[in-house]
Design a protein. Structure first.
Ligand SMILES: [Zn+2]
Length: 254
């Protein structure tokens, strides 16, 4: 079985964790940008993006994983000053083919500011036909998902270029009907492999993606292989399992 983990923040984890992922069959990881405070200046994000592209990708590769690097301004790390500098730099990275996706972006509190920041980045992504990974929050998820979908529609984003992530089982249908990929995050406090099995049984594998959101909070480098093991024991076919753990992530990163 092969795996691509579409949502990771590898820079918060040790080489041991990354080597473990490689040994377990994870071929590639998408390194998503998330700076864990609101930076004082946009320039902080510029340096952070450069770090991911110039240093972290090499570190990940040296652990046996193929790195895809993404950049984006997360709703919880919007710079207090010089936002335009960070946004213009993101656009330059896209234009120069330095990143694989616009990630991690989205909404958290649902504020007007978050909406503005998201819309700017969606316009960049649409202009360059880039994949987009959208964060959805723990609180008010249904309301904020509705808002996100209406913004995506309004900005004429092509749904198959989008992963709406951290979707809960009750909201899967809404995301699938919209036409986006639906991210199921297997992590303590989010979903379990058993939750994935239930969603897969009800909705099929066509637009589902499982990821770990590996990062600074409790999260499992082996979330994908453990999910595959569980699905196999539940009787799902290898083709279906590989679709949500390898081929769908690959489609998004094409
Ligand atoms: Zn994340």
């Amino acid at each position: 079985m092969r795996y691509i983990d579409l949502h990771t923040h590898t820079y918060f984890r040790s080489p041991d964790d990354l080597q473990l992922m490689a040994v377990a069959g994870i071929e590639a990881v998408n390194i998503c940008a998330f700076f864990p405070i609101e930076p004082t200046y946009g320039e902080t994000l510029i340096d952070f993006f450069d770090w991911l592209i110039e240093e972290e990708s090499g570190r990940v590769e040296s652990c046996g994983l193929t790195p895809y690097v993404s950049a984006g301004i997360h709703p919880r790390s919007i710079p207090k000053n010089n936002f335009d500098d960070a946004a213009n730099y993101l656009l330059a990275l896209i234009d120069h083919g330095k990143i694989s996706a616009v990630a991690e972006v989205g909404m958290d509190s649902g504020s007007q500011k978050e909406e503005e920041v998201l819309r700017i980045q969606l316009r960049f992504a649409v202009e360059y036909d880039m994949p987009i990974l959208i964060h959805t929050p723990r609180t008010n998820k249904p309301q904020i998902l509705n808002k996100l979908l209406s913004i995506l529609e309004d900005e004429r984003v092509d749904p198959p270029r989008v992963l709406i992530d951290h979707v809960t089982p009750d909201l899967v249908k809404k995301v699938l009907d919209f036409g986006a990929f639906c991210g199921l995050t297997v992590q303590p406090g989010k979903l379990t492999p058993a939750d994935v099995a239930a969603v897969l049984k009800e909705h099929g594998s066509k637009q589902l993606v499982v990821d770990s959101d590996l990062g600074m909070y409790p999260s499992d480098p082996l979330a994908l292989p453990k999910t595959a093991k569980h699905l196999d024991r539940e009787g799902f076919s290898a083709a279906e399992i590989e679709r949500i753990l390898y081929y769908n992530p690959k489609l998004l990163l094409r």
